[in-house]
Design a protein around this ligand. Sequence first.
Ligand code: SF4
Length: 330
Amino acid sequence: MRIPPQTTAPLLEVRDLSIVFDTRRGPLTAVDDISFELAPGEILGMVGESGAGKSLTGTAITGLLERPGRIAGGEIRFDGQRIDNLPAEQMRRIRGKKIGAIFQDPLTSLNPLYTVGYQLIETIQTHLDMTKDQARKRAIDLLAEVGIPAPEIRVNHYPHQFSGGMRQRVVIALALCANPKLVIADEPTTALDVSVQAQIIALLKRLCRDHGTAVILVTHDMGVIAEAADRVAVLYSGRLAEIGDVRQVVKDPRHPYTRGLMGSIPVVGSTAEKLTQIEGSMPRLLEIPEGCAFHPRCTRAMDKCSAIRPRPQRLNGGEVACLLYEGDKK
Ligand code: SF4
């Protein structure tokens, strides 16, 4: 069961994080002053359109941000330690042992030249004090835990001998093999058949619950978030639009952008013939407008929305960055 953030020290604190890309046209801000916390064992969904900054935020937390991208401001604290300014080697050790990563394409994490057993055993032995036999047993147990049939045989197979869904199960085993405190799962089901997507999300949720692992689940799919997450952070143009308890946000979204996203989740039994679509598209980094970045698409926009940038303020137990709620009760 999730430990509520207010009763325990956060596992992860992201404060005023900004990520900039240095280009010939000057610096482009891709993540702009984002703050949030994550409690131990909590699943935080991070949702937004492509380019909203959600994957970049996850990449910055894992220390895998590459040039020309860089952290231009703010800080990231993990498990009581500031990690955004650590040397690469120190960050690599944290990444393998304390922070696991699952990417959209399982083949990003798996080397096609080695058996899955070899890769699991190597990772386990790098981070845990185990003999080869102990690590092999742990690898087989983990494969069984993620639902790979006949794991004692499959441990000797190569990644190409697994289906897409089974490969992603192997990647989940790999991400969890050193018992990390946090897993960053970036679009973990996007590359999979619709029929196996729900199984993988259910598996990820169950395993992280069982192991007490916190998760940042990055996705463009609000339906996945509603299914799996405890809290949700909605990003737009690199800024935090809304964050809050997932049930609260799904039931009563406050930010007009979140409302638009909610309208795109199909509801079983609904008589609506067409899902709500948000008109227009998210601006490119070069073209983020003044004031509220969402104002050209917002059906509730007011005159001041093109001049004043809304900052996240507490509302209904969460936070919303929208001028509609200025001065509302916290
Ligand atoms: Fe819409 Fe204005 Fe709120 Fe932005 S600040 S979401 S434009 S109402």
